[in-house]
Every structure is written in structure tokens, then in C-alpha cells.
Write a protein that binds this ligand. Sequence first.
Ligand code: PAF
Length: 287
Amino acid sequence: LLVTTTVESLRDFLKNFKQGSVGLVPTMGALHAGHIFLINQARQAYDLVVVSIFVNPLQFGAGEDYFKYPRNLESDRQVCEQAGVDVIFAPDCSELYGSATDETMRVVPPESMTRVLCGRSRIGHFTGVATVVTKLLNIIQPQGAYFGEKDGQQVAIIRRLVKDLNFRTEIIAVPTVRLASGLALSSRNQYLQPNQLDVAASLYASLQRAELLFRAGDLRSEVLIAAVKSHLSPSVALEYVELVNAESLMNVEAKITNKTMLAIAGRVGNTRLIDNIILNPSKTIPL
Ligand code: PAF
């Protein structure tokens, strides 16, 4: 397992690997079983697996958790070693952005995708994600890059980025890994107190109530959203629950007709959590 911190050393290494295929798993570290799942998928599909570990300041807003975000390169290195990763790319901030982060050029996805859902409260977040992902794809030029479905809005925006900027990388979205309670794995779960875990699990449990109705044939947005709201723990401070087209992120008005994402965000104490499920009418087998 090679750990590189500079673009130059990574590129030197990759130059000698011209014949083989490269799979990239971009991360911000604090690796958990969800990341290991992404790594395993990449390991099976590509000759060389690169994991990037970089807590990207551009995607954190003022007052968000950039400074307290968990960082532990040594334990991440061990996870990667065990999972059979070939290269870790762990640059520092100046390596990627130079000294003035605020002056760096941004990659700006369409507002119709960045200003909805999480983008309403996290101004600039998806521009920050798009910028760093563009840089990583340019530096590494992988054949495939892996992202978790838990970040459904991020996946939609990255797919759009790759299409609009003609990247040759295939974007692979991998199903969310969950605890037995249903709680989606996230590095931010580390902020939760043990007594908040059940409350946090109600995000997914409430999405599942809507899924039950959907599978029984109810496609009405209003009904599905109401089901989520009524099953959510009252201790969750709900930010939004919405039905959107899974690709364009446009709101689904009256009824679900295409592949739709039912997305939720809320706070449990100070911890902001998100989750989603995909409802696909063409794939539903009636109960
Ligand atoms: O999903 C994440 O961990 C981050 O948003 C990503 C894609 C690594 C970009 O910093």
C-alpha cells in the first residue's frame, strides 16, 4: 500500500500503470463499513484501486463541522491495507488548492441541482464537491469512481458533472450500508450519543413506511410524504422530506411516474443526518 501526498508522486506512480484499469474511491477519511463496501466493489472491477482521503474545505459552510470532522490517517491506512487498496492519495489543502482556498477556481453545477434539498441550507456545498471531484478525476483519470447512494444528491450532481464536462470516468453508485437498526453509516454518526441512535434510526424507518405504501400501489406524493412525517421520531428536527426525480432532482409534483428519490434531512441534537431511498415504479412488483 502506497501513501502519496503530492499530485506529482501520484502521477509518477500512475504513469507506470498505463495498461491496467484504475478505480477511484474518493473519501474524506474516517473510513467505515460503507467505505469498505465501495472499496470492495472497486477491488473486484479494477486492477488498481486508489482511495483519496481529503477533508475538502470548499464543501463546508461557515459554522459547519470542518474543524471537528474526524481525521485519523493511521487508522484509515489500516482499513485500506486490510481492504486491499493499492494507493492512498492524501494531499493537504495547499497541495490541492495552493494557499488561498477562497481564490480557487470553482466548478459550478446547475443551480437547479445545487440549490435544492441539502443545497438550500448548505450554500456552496455542492460547488465545493464538484470542484474537488473534478480535480481528483483530472489527476487520477480513473476508469471508474465509486460513491455511496446515501448521498443521492451528490451522486446526481456528479453524474451530471461527468456528462457535461465529458469525463471518461464511469460513476458507480453503491447501495447504502446500514446498521441493523436501519441507520445509514456515516462518518458523522460519530457525533451521536448512544441514546440518540434510535432517534437517528427513525429517519430510515420513516422512509420505509412510505416505501410500504408505494409498493402497495400508492404513488401520490402527498400521501408518501405524510407517511414519512408521521413516522419520524418527534426528536428529529426535520429539515426536509421531498420526492425528486433521481436524475434531475426536480420536484415530483403530484404522482410518482419515473425513478424517484425520497430524500430526508434532519438534525438529531447537533448532528445533521441525511438518508434516501429510490422508488422506481417500473421496477415495482405489487405486493
Ligand atoms: O462523499 C464524500 O465523502 C465527499 O463529498 C467527496 C465525494 C469525497 C468529495 O469531497
